[in-house]
Design a protein around this ligand. Structure first.
Ligand code: SIN
Length: 282
């Protein structure tokens, strides 16, 4: 029977990272295959803490994909980052002087412009700047729980339009070789989608706020002004430090997050230094 999110975690120690979001997982070696019970407990821990951090995990490409496979199907939705030579399921998120600015330094849910965005992601630190380049996660569950009840009731049943065109992707893709043609195809495939503003977490059933400033264009059915005001208010709630975990990366730190219940932000304070991360979404 799968582990309930409140069952004791016996196969590893989950040290809360902050009272509201995140845990550091101690006592696991992710270069090894995990048994079924450990996998169940990891899924339960992710549902409970929303983002899990593992230190000193020198995983290779196959092990990275295996870790993602604990949580879901790693062969799912991908963004437009370059793919690793070792395996195309691995996205290489590389920031260097003169390279593309992916604007991951904006609160976002990965690929929320898809009808079925990935449930989560596994990010592995490959090369880090001497300092800086932290990543923050903020909890949509905590944002929901802190909403004024009148506002929460008003948001119930509303949907928001998510679009790739809000983001820097069109500019990045267009600037690449054959970019105009490629972007025409992408635009035809990636029509804007509507997602509920309030969703229920697929595992815990808890309600959460599902909007992000990178991809959400508007709340459907409201005037532009009302939509902008409401979104500005909601985006502001995610910025409250009380709902956040800020990770200081070390080489071979691995982070696993719930992409539906959190938004994240990669701090771009280290440029022109180099930083490279490998990501597998699931
Ligand atoms: C991402 O936005 O998925 C990448 C975050 C990071 O580079 O820290």
């Amino acid at each position: 029977m799968p582990t309930s999110i409140h069952s004791p975690l016996t196969r590893f120690r989950a040290e809360p990272y902050s009272p509201n979001i995140g845990a550091i997982i101690h006592g696991l070696d992710l270069t090894k295959t995990q048994d079924e019970t450990t996998q169940d407990q990891l899924r339960a821990a992710l549902a409970r803490f929303e983002v899990l951090f593992f230190r000193n995990q020198p995983i290779d490409a196959a092990q990275h994909i295996e870790v993602a496979g604990i949580f879901g199907n790693p062969d799912g939705a991908k963004a437009y980052f370059p793919q690793s030579d070792a395996n195309p399921l691995i996205e290489v998120i590389e920031t260097k002087a003169g390279g593309p600015r992916y604007t991951t330094d904006q609160w976002h849910v990965d690929v929320s412009y898809l009808a079925a965005p990935p449930a989560g992601a596994v990010l592995h630190a490959q090369v880090l700047p001497e300092s800086g380049g932290d990543t923050l996660w903020s909890s949509g569950r905590r944002v929901y729980a802190a909403l004024d009840p009148g506002l929460a009731a008003r948001l119930e049943g509303l949907t928001a339009t998510h679009s790739i065109e809000r983001s820097a992707w069109p500019e990045i893709i267009r600037s690449q070789e054959n970019g105009e043609e490629r972007f025409r195809q992408i635009r035809a495939e990636r029509v804007p989608v509507s997602h509920p503003v309030i969703r229920s977490h697929p595992v815990t059933g808890e309600k959460l706020v599902f909007v992000n400033p990178k991809y959400v264009d508007r709340i459907d059915g409201l005037s532009r002004k009302d939509s902008d005001n409401l979104l500005e208010h909601l985006f502001g709630q995610f910025e409250r430090p009380e709902f956040q975990a800020r990770l200081r990366w070390e080489k071979d730190t691995v982070a696993v997050w719930d992409n539906l219940s959190t938004v994240h932000y990669a701090v771009a304070d280290y440029l022109p230094a180099y930083r490279r991360m490998h990501r597998v979404t699931f």
